[in-house]
Design a protein. Structure first.
Ligand SMILES: [Zn+2]
Length: 649
């Protein structure tokens, strides 16, 4: 990596009056000079030590090297061969790696790269052995990328949750599978998948679904980082795989089974020994629709909550033609006084206990009663017996083919990033009464009337016109203006958040276009300040508590007992919101926070289990698309080149 000792981007001028870029580049070349050719030789020896060592120690090796070994010998030769006779600064390999690094960093096209290679070869005929094209250049380095090194890190064991390894699910797995845990080098993996449009143009409906794996053995500062994640599958477009994703997953699951049962022969460079590396998949990370495809439990319809399972509390709003998910009093203690208050909630008393979190065995017991689905286009609409009434299973998830999957406590993660975004959108849409976003409308009020609750909010007919009485959660025009003006002026430290003021239109009193991270910052930091003086006390208190809940939940260091407290808090907060907002406010995303504290307790800190790093990674993959008619090919090629260079640099 280049150092930033010389602040050329911040206006510092160097004493010789040369321009900064050049100086830094020269520094880098100098560094390269120091390392010389030996680096590359060492690196290859690290990757293929058995072969490299053998060659060194036994130059008259009587055995014929196998195909793999031959390739590596070729690499070793390239690494030792000077770029041209008498050149001690660059070997062929180091020069090509350097050149490809510049190509990747500046997004050169393959064509321009080939032209440059041709020119270089033409102008410097002494560099005879230089590759002819990008293809050849890449082939030289791609052999290096086959294996990845990884590390397991010692961690503090003080009952504080800083890493998934501190949490219950990990420890539970350790207790059951001793033979796996006894070697700390065995890898625990997370899996994430999501679709994106490679053209960034919403007019063309096209979805590519990469499946990304990342090891959790790494210490916090490396875990979930781009360079330590890998794309294992690329499910081609144009249509997303939907429930058929299992068909594409099959090869991956088969490999994971091998990795679990027998493992693969791996060289540990730090301990200089070979061992059988095994791996286990811990969980998946998905947004809510993809959660349905991956887990097999449909996240739509009446029983949309996969955690409440067939105990999902749903209510059909006839006027709004929507299903709402309330019933959060079930999560309160059985003797709580709110359970008796019918009129302030949905008009009923609540006697039910909170639904139990299903274990993998419970799920298997449910699935045992259902037949296996056929995948693909079968022409007929398939529905499992009782779907939507007794259960919401669409299929048997392929992950249960993994022998240990039913013993994982947390198999699929609810994504906090999307939940925060949706909850915040509902809140701000309703407070600001944004058309299309607000959950409070004539239909919502008619539903209140039909349920016979909150009489003062029912629509009134005055002189033939229907009026909606003002509600306590709605801001007046003056209040909206005050909020917009406040947001416009707000300043954050550099790099903390994107510029929120660009989302505000003071003239029209509108807030729009907030990205997921903007919502995260607003919900956790600004919401309490924003509503404090604008809304009545019970409303601002409930929203402030919700904001504090998310802030505490997303903390990088968690304690088990704090999470128990958060679990109690979120039940109370959602009940308070039920008393304030109309039922249409409670779509499934507003319900899901009730399960987040439990998931954090079992899975560990949220930042190892949410989509932020995955979305960033997807964005990077999107950047690889050069050839618009072959998006999948471009991504695969760009990814491979990048992986090689990450490995070499
Ligand atoms: Zn639920």
């Amino acid at each position: 990596m280049r150092n930033y000792n010389f602040w050329y981007l911040h206006g510092e001028e160097d004493s010789d009056g040369e321009d900064g870029d050049k100086l830094v580049y020269e520094e880098e070349v100098h560094e390269m000079d120091m390392k010389k050719v030996d680096d590359m030789v060492d690196m290859i020896a690290d990757v293929y030590p058995h072969i490299a060592n053998e060659r060194e120690h036994n130059p008259n090796n009587p055995q014929e090297p196998n195909e793999d070994a031959k390739k590596i010998f070729k690499l070793l030769d390239d690494a030792k061969q000077p770029l041209f006779p008498g050149c001690d600064k660059y070997s062929i390999l180091s020069f090509v790696v350097k050149l490809m690094h510049i190509k990747c960093m500046n997004a050169w096209s393959n064509n321009s790269f080939n032209m440059l290679l041709t020119l270089l070869k033409d102008a410097f005929p002494m560099c005879k052995t230089m590759p002819n094209s990008n293809y050849e250049a890449k082939k030289m380095v791609s052999d290096l990328a086959k294996d990845m090194r990884w590390h397991s890190e010692k961690r503090k064991n003080d009952r504080v949750l800083r890493h998934p390894a501190d949490a219950e699910s990990w420890r539970n797995f350790d207790n059951i599978y001793n033979h796996f845990t006894c070697d700390p080098r065995n890898v625990r993996l997370g899996l994430a998948t999501d679709g994106f449009n490679p053209f960034g143009n919403m007019n063309i409906a096209y979805n590519i679904w990469p499946v990304i794996l990342f090891p959790y053995n790494l210490p916090p500062w490396m875990c979930m980082k781009e360079s330590y994640s890998f794309v294992t599958l690329l499910i081609p477009g144009p249509r997303g795989p939907g429930n058929d994703i299992d068909v594409y997953m099959r090869p991956l699951i088969d490999e994971l089974k091998i990795l679990w049962e027998s493992g693969v022969d791996t060289y540990d460079a730090s301990m200089k020994e070979n061992f059988q590396m095994r791996s286990a998949l811990m969980w998946t990370i998905n947004d809510f629709p993809a959660y349905g495809y991956v887990s097999g439990w449909s996240t739509q319809g009446k029983l949309a909550c996969p955690c409440c399972n067939n105990k999902t509390c749903h209510y059909h709003l006839r006027n709004g033609a929507k299903t709402c998910y309330m019933g959060h009093r079930r999560f309160l203690p059985l003797n709580h006084k709110w359970r008796e208050q019918a009129a302030q909630f949905d008009g009923t008393k609540e006697r039910r206990a909170s639904p139990k979190q299903l274990s993998g065995d419970d799920v298997l017991n449910q699935l045992r009663l259902l037949k296996q689905m056929e995948f693909g286009k079968t022409g007929k609409k398939q529905k499992l017996l009782g779907q939507g009434i007794d259960h919401n299973w669409k299929k048997h998830s392929i992950f249960f083919n993994l022998p240990y999957w039913h013993n994982q406590m947390l198999r699929h993660n609810l994504d906090v990033m999307h939940i925060e975004k949706n909850v915040f959108d509902n809140i701000i849409g309703t407070l600001m009464n944004i058309e299309g976003k607000t959950k409070d409308s004539l239909k919502a009020r008619l539903d209140l009337q039909e349920m016979g609750i909150r009489q003062p909010l029912h629509p009134k007919e005055v002189n033939g016109r229907i009026l909606l009485p003002a509600a306590c959660y709605m801001l007046s025009n003056d209040e909206k203006r005050a909020l917009c003006q406040w947001l416009q002026q707000i300043k954050f430290p550099d790099g903390y958040s994107a510029n929120l003021s660009r989302c505000v239109n003071v003239k029209d009193n509108r807030i729009s276009g907030m990205k997921t991270h903007d919502c995260h910052v607003f919900l956790e930091r600004l919401l309490p300040l924003a509503v404090r003086d604008l809304l009545p006390r019970p409303v601002s208190d409930a929203l402030t508590e919700l904001s504090m809940f998310f802030k505490a939940l997303c903390s990088k260091i968690l304690r088990s007992e704090d999470l128990d407290r958060l679990q109690e808090q979120i039940a109370r907060i959602l009940c308070k919101l039920e008393k304030i907002f109309p039922p249409s406010f409670f779509d499934i995303m507003v319900h899901l926070p009730i399960h987040l504290a439990w998931e954090a307790k079992v899975g560990g800190p949220v930042n190892y289990r949410w989509m932020y790093s995955i979305e960033r990674y997807m964005h990077k993959l999107k950047g690889y698309v050069r050839n618009k008619s072959r998006p999948e090919g471009s991504i695969a090629e760009g990814y491979l080149a990048d992986e090689c260079l990450t490995f070499c640099s």
